[in-house]
Design a protein around this ligand. Structure first.
Ligand code: 13P
Ligand code: SF4
Length: 307
């Protein structure tokens, strides 16, 4: 069976839309109706007229789409497609953390569960984190969760008083500064760009820091250069399509890390076969408690209004 053809046929038959993150495998990115970063995907999810959303990404992304579309069916090719950042922050522990810091505004990075979003004042993504933080009155202290690296980066840019949750992304924390320095000697003309989920010693080397969509835009604006790319390797597929002649080198990772390469094992759980099966069988489906969905919706809507 020609899976790609069959997926297109089922998509039309069911009036479904396929949304994919830049970290998905190339075959999925090429089939998707929209490929984007977390903010772009949330925006498209908020506006879609499709009856069913097939979310080729990880669980928190599909869950965000469901929060925005409680009456639509949202399916994820593999329910085990989680996220180390989202897993680092359990709602019970986060509630305790909030109680320890009363009167703080709670800002959460979108890479978290619906339970965490429901405890938040406003959500942000890596595209709009600084805008969202700057929208809070200057004298107001902030809790930021779950990514400590993004949190530290925002503090360095805004000088704000922020209490950080101690979570991180295992992919972006795997980059090796030692290997990067060796690579810099080999490619002294290369421009380093990095995602803000990376550690501060990696960010300190970067000429540009931003979301996946921001990184693509940055390279497109000056395609004649050579780049060392500090994010999950799936982004290289989109970049090779958009800036074909540009030399792109993924940042090297350290050997003693759980990530053997700059790939997110969760994102890579989704395959074309699973995408086809979930479109055909309309499962696994994201199901949310109605009260939780309503509480989690407000901070997402606040973010969309701000960005
Ligand atoms: P963005 O695509 O929003 O930059 O997020 C990256 C990420 O870590 C997704 O898991
Ligand atoms: Fe989570 Fe990191 Fe994978 Fe993104 S790349 S889904 S933050 S584990």
């Amino acid at each position: 069976m020609d899976l790609a053809k069959e997926i297109s046929r089922l998509k039309q038959e069911k009036n479904a839309v396929i949304l994919a993150h830049y970290y998905q495998i190339p075959e999925i990115q090429d089939l998707a109706d929209y490929v984007g970063d977390s903010l772009g995907l949330s925006r498209v999810a908020a506006e879609t007229t499709a009856d069913m959303i097939v979310f080729a990404g990880v669980h928190f992304m599909a869950e965000t789409a469901k929060i925005l579309n409680p009456d639509k069916k949202v399916v994820l090719p593999d329910l085990n497609a989680g996220c180390s950042l989202a897993d680092s922050c359990h709602p019970d522990d986060f509630e305790t953390f909030i109680k320890q810091h009363p009167d703080h505004t709670v800002i959460t990075y979108v890479n978290c569960s619906a339970g965490i979003k429901a405890l938040s004042d406003v959500v942000c993504t890596s595209s709009n984190a600084i805008t969202v933080v700057n929208s809070i009155p200057e004298d107001q202290p902030i809790i930021f969760a779950p990514d400590r690296n993004l949190g530290k980066y925002i503090i360095s840019k805004t000088g704000r008083d922020m209490k950080l949750w101690d979570g991180s992304c295992m992919v972006h924390e795997a980059f090796s500064l030692e290997k990067l320095n060796r690579l810099r000697e080999l490619h002294p003309d290369a421009v380093i760009i990095a995602h803000p989920e990376s550690e501060s010693h990696i960010l300190a080397t970067a000429a540009y820091i931003g979301s996946t969509a921001g990184m693509i835009k940055y390279i497109k604006d000056q395609p004649e250069k050579k780049y060392l790319v500090g994010t999950e390797a799936g982004i290289l597929h989109q970049l090779r399509k958009e800036v074909p002649g540009t030399q792109l080198i993924p940042l090297p990772v350290s050997e003693n890390n759980s990530c053997a390469c700059s790939e997110c094992a969760y994102m890579k759980l989704n395959t074309l076969q699973k995408l086809h099966a979930c479109l055909q069988d309309e499962t696994p489906e994201i199901v949310l408690d109605k009260a939780l969905q309503e509480r989690a919706l407000q901070p997402i809507e606040r973010m969309l209004e701000l960005s």
